[in-house]
Ligand binder design. Structure first.
Ligand code: HEM
Length: 299
């Protein structure tokens, strides 16, 4: 069976990655946060771009409640890149591979590590909202539930802590964390592990009656730079989700968090490796799946 290969793009008439990349560069340079099609897209059916399928009945994977806030701009970038690649090189590069390349580029363009990704994935033939529940990590997960879910995807505790560092860029909608500000528990409505100044800031940005479209930066200190500040934030009570803060609070993950907070190059090296592992989750090669012509529809 065909395997994924650590190459930069299947050969096609000489002009390699060029077309798609150049076209979208200015857009991404403006604000790398707008195209962060990174992780959880691999956890439902595998890294097979199932999440990009649009259904007229609104019952595709991206219509699932857990996915409703997916970055539309990130998908638009991938759709445009695919169209450009398809014009030069029809039927060769899958949407799943373009998503992988886009994730790599977002990281590098926002100051993170440069790394080679493996390519050769084919696109999936199943995309159903009904198959999402229970497959994605939630912002309220504790270390055990995070570890179990990543484990099901062949990713270790170390991979999980490392990949969570992706929250050094990007935004989150208020609804994903306001329980920590207003409804934490009976003795305190605010989660006591949140730094009090940060809690006040978040309450200003996300008042109790906030609208569903309001979002905040996930890294309040260096929001548009891919760096290791996310880990220092956790130690300072500046983790946005419970699933972030728990990485510092739990003794099993705290040493790795402290290590990354003190050494950006070890974080970068680990991140590159774990991203390659993430990119192997449930891939289809050989005769499985297809190379979609349009990322939003099965052929
Ligand atoms: C460890 C478990 C994880 C949980 C519980 C989690 C949860 C979340 C949540 C709730 C959001 C906010 C979505 C929104 O409100 O729009 C988010 C955003 C994001 N996550 Fe995660 N995530 C996890 C791991 C990861 C991993 C492993 C990566 C990448 C390798 C990642 C990359 C991102 C990015 C880039 C965004 C920002 C999206 C944007 O700006 O539009 N996350 N995550």
């Amino acid at each position: 069976m065909a395997e994924l290969l650590p190459i930069d793009m299947p050969e096609c008439g000489g002009d390699r990655e060029g077309s798609g990349d150049e076209e979208d560069q200015p857009n991404r340079r403006h604000d790398p946060r707008h195209s962060s099609p990174l992780l959880p897209y691999c956890f439902v059916e595998g890294c097979d771009a199932s999440v990009m399928i649009a259904s007229p009945r609104n019952d595709a994977e991206k219509d699932a409640p857990d996915n409703l806030s997916l970055a539309g701009d990130g998908f638009d970038t991938v759709i445009k890149a695919k169209a450009a690649v398809e014009a030069q090189c029809p039927g060769v590069v899958s949407c799943a591979d373009i998503l992988t390349i886009a994730a790599r580029d977002v990281v590098a363009l926002s100051g993170g590590p440069n790394f080679t990704v493996e390519l050769g994935r084919r696109d999936g033939l199943v995309s159903l909202a009904s198959r999402v529940a229970g497959k994605l990590p939630g912002p309220d997960f504790n270390l055990d539930s995070l570890t179990t879910l990543f484990g099901k995807n062949n990713l270790t505790l170390f991979d999980m802590i490392t990949l969570s560092g992706a929250h050094t860029v990007g935004f989150a909608h208020c609804s994903r964390f306001t329980n920590r500000l207003y409804r934490f528990g009976s003795s305190s409505s605010v989660d006591p592990t949140i730094n009090p100044d940060y809690a006040r800031e978040l309450m200003q940005a996300c008042p109790a009656n906030v609208g569903p479209t309001i979002a905040v930066n996930m890294d309040p200190v260096t929001p548009i730079t891919f760096d290791n500040v996310y880990y220092a934030n956790l130690a300072a009570g500046l983790g946005l989700f419970t699933s972030d803060e728990v990485l510092y609070a739990d003794g099993r993950s705290q040493p790795v968090v402290k290590g990354f907070a003190g050494d950006q190059s070890s974080f970068f090296a680990a991140f590159a490796k774990s991203m390659v592992k993430l990119g192997r989750v449930g891939v289809k090669t050989g005769r499985r799946g297809q190379i979609r012509r349009d990322c939003t529809a099965f052929n």
